[in-house]
Design a protein around this ligand. Structure first.
Ligand code: SAH
Ligand code: SF4
Ligand code: F3S
Length: 437
C-alpha cells in the first residue's frame, strides 16, 4: 500500500531546502507527498526559532495533532529543525508532547532516513540531537519543490554571533561546501531545466573562509559562466563582508540578478554596535554607493529590527532616515524578540511592547510607501518575468523579474518555467499586473 508524507516548514529558505532533503529521504523509503496532513502516514515539522512567535506557532500546531494521533495510532510524527536544536528544547518537547515519535536536530538531518527506520522497529520515541557541527555530506538527492528555482547550499552555520540572534547556536560554525561540488550541482540542475539558482548561506559573502581556494565573488563568477539561460541569486549577504569585487562581479555578469538582499537591521551606530554587526551606518551607506556605482539599477532589499534593547527614539529615527536614504525596493521588518542564550537577552533596557509596536507600525508604513513608489515606476514598462506558478484564485500566471518584483499575467498556454515579457499595466502594492507581449 502506498504510504504518504506531509511536511510542514517554518522559517527561512535554508529550512525550505532542508525540507526538500527530508522529502528526498522519504521518497527513498517509498513515501509519496500529500498536501493533506490528515491523510499522511508521516507528518514532519521542520521548525524555526528565530523569534518567539515562530516557536509558539510550531508548538501550537504540533499540539493540535494530539487528537489525530490518538485516532490514527500508526501515523508517525517527526519534529526537527532549529527549535529542537536549542538547549533543552528537545526534552521539553518530548515531555509536553509524548506522542511525537521522532525528534531530531539540525546536525543530524542527513540521518533522517535511519531515524525513521529505527522508529518503525521500536515502540519508544526516537530522540537524537547531535551537538557537534554537521559534517558536510555530498550526494543527497533532495526532492525539489520549487521549480523553476533550485536552492543550492554554499555554506552552513554562522560565526557572526549578532547579539540578538539564535542561529549560531542552533546551526553551528560556518562551513563551506567545496566549489567543485557546488559547480557540479548547479551544472546538473541547469541540464535538468532549472532556470533560477539561489545560493544559500547565512552569510554567503564569507564563503570559503580558510577552506576553499575560491572567494565568494570568484565562486559567483564561475557559476555565472556556466552555459545556459538561467538567473543567479544569492542570500544572505552580510554588509561587513560585502566587497567592491562582489559589486563588480554582479555588474559584469548578466545572469546575476541585479537585486541584493543586504540586511542592515538598524540605522543607529549605537544599536549596530550593541547588535555586534561590525559595521557603522556610514560603512553601510558606502557599500550601497559602491554597489550602485557598478550596478546603478541594482535593487536593494533589507531586514530591519525595531525595539532592540536600549533603542532610543533617536536611534529609531536614524533607522527611518537610513531606509529613506537607501530607498529599498522592499524590506522585512521585525520586532526584536528575546532569545534565551543570546547576549542581547541579558541586556538591560528591554523595550516595552507598546513602544516597539508603535515603532514597527511607523516603519512598516514607510517601507510600504517605498514599495508602492517602486511599483508605480513600472507602469508602462516591459519586463522579463520567469514564470513560477499559476494562481487559481486570480486565474493568472505569476513570476518575478530580475529585481525580485512579482508580476501577474494571463496566458492561454502553460508557461511555468519560461521567460516571458509582460507590459505592466497596473501596480498593486508589492505586485505588478501586466499583459503578455
Ligand atoms: N543570516 C541571515 C538571516 C538571519 S535571520 C542574515 O544575517 O541576514 C533573518 C532575519 O531575522 C535577520 O536578518 C534579522 O533581521 C531577524 N532576526 C534575527 N534574530 C531576531 C530576533 N531575535 N528578533 C527579531 N528579529 C530577528
Ligand atoms: Fe544571525 Fe547575524 Fe548570523 Fe545572520 S549573520 S544568522 S543575523 S548571527
Ligand atoms: Fe532559518 Fe529559523 Fe533556523 S530563520 S536558520 S529556520 S532559526
Amino acid at each position: 500500500m502506498q504510504k504518504f508524507y506531509h511536511i510542514v516548514t517554518y522559517g527561512c529558505q535554508m529550512n525550505v531546502h532542508e525540507s526538500e532533503k527530508i522529502a528526498g529521504n522519504l521518497v527513498e523509503l517509498g513515501y509519496e507527498n500529500t498536501d493533506d496532513m490528515y491523510g499522511a502516514d508521516i507528518v514532519v515539522f521542520n521548525t524555526c526559532c528565530i523569534r518567539e512567535n515562530a516557536e509558539n506557532h510550531a508548538f501550537g500546531n504540533i499540539g493540535m495533532l494530539k487528537k489525530l494521533k490518538s485516532q490514527k495510532k500508526d501515523m508517525l510524527i517527526a519534529v526537527g529543525g532549529c527549535l529542537t536544536q536549542q538547549l533543552g528544547k528537545a526534552e521539553n518537547l518530548h515531555e509536553k508532547f509524548p506522542f511525537v515519535d521522532i525528534i531530531f536536530g539540525t546536525h543530524n538531518l542527513y540521518k533522517f532516513k535511519e531515524l525513521v527506520l529505527l522508529k518503525e522497529k521500536q515502540k519508544k520515541a526516537v530522540m537524537e540531537i547531535v551537538d557537534g557541527d554537521m559534517q558536510i555530506r555530498e550526494g543527497d538527492k533532495p526532492f525539489r519543490t520549487s521549480y523553476p528555482n533550485a536552492w543550492v547550499n554554499i555554506t552552513y552555520g554562522c560565526n557572526n554571533f549578532c547579539s540578538y540572534c539564535i542561529v549560531p547556536y542552533v546551526r553551528g560554525r560556518e562551513r563551506s561546501r567545496k566549489s567543485e561540488d557546488i559547480m557540479a550541482e548547479v551544472r546538473e540542475l541547469i541540464s535538468q531545466g532549472y532556470k533560477e539558482i539561489t545560493l544559500l548561506g547565512q552569510n554567503v559573502n564569507s564563503y570559503g573562509n580558510g577552506s576553499d581556494a575560491l572567494s565568494f565573488p570568484q565562486l559567483l563568477k564561475a557559476i555565472a559562466e556556466i552555459d545556459g539561460k538561467f538567473r543567479l541569486r544569492f542570500m544572505t549577504s552580510h554588509p561587513k563582508d560585502f566587497s567592491e569585487e562582489l559589486a563588480k562581479v554582479i555588474s559584469e555578469n548578466p545572469k546575476i540578478c541585479k537585486c541584493v538582499h543586504l540586511p542592515v537591521q538598524s540605522g543607529s551606530n549605537a544599536v549596530l554596535k550593541a547588535m555586534n554587526r561590525k559595521y557603522t551606518r556610514e560603512d553601510y551607506i558606502d557599500k550601497v554607493k559602491t554597489l550602485k556605482k557598478y550596478a546603478p539599477d541594482c535593487a536593494l532589499t533589507t531586514d530591519l529590527i525595531v525595539g532592540f534593547p536600549g533603542e532610543t527614539e533617536n536611534d529609531f529615527n536614524a533607522t527611518l532616515e537610513l531606509v529613506k536614504t537607501v530607498g529599498y525596493s522592499s524590506a522585512f521588518t521585525f520586532v526584536y524578540s528575546k532569545r534565551e542564550g543570546t547576549v542581547a537577552a541579558k541586556m538591560e533596557n528591554q523595550i516595552p511592547e507598546d513602544v516597539s509596536k508603535r515603532r514597527i507600525m511607523e516603519l512598516v508604513e514607510l517601507v510600504n510607501s517605498l514599495t508602492r513608489e517602486h511599483s508605480a515606476k513600472y507602469i508602462g514598462k516591459t519586463v522579463e518575468i520567469l514564470c513560477e506558478d499559476f494562481d487559481k484564485k486570480k486565474n493568472m500566471y505569476l513570476g518575478r523579474d530580475e529585481y525580485g518584483r512579482m508580476g501577474y499575467f494571463e496566458s492561454n498556454t502553460d508557461v511555468i518555467g519560461e521567460f516571458v515579457n509582460i507590459k505592466i499595466t497596473k501596480a498593486n502594492g508589492v505586485s505588478l499586473i501586466g499583459e503578455r507581449i
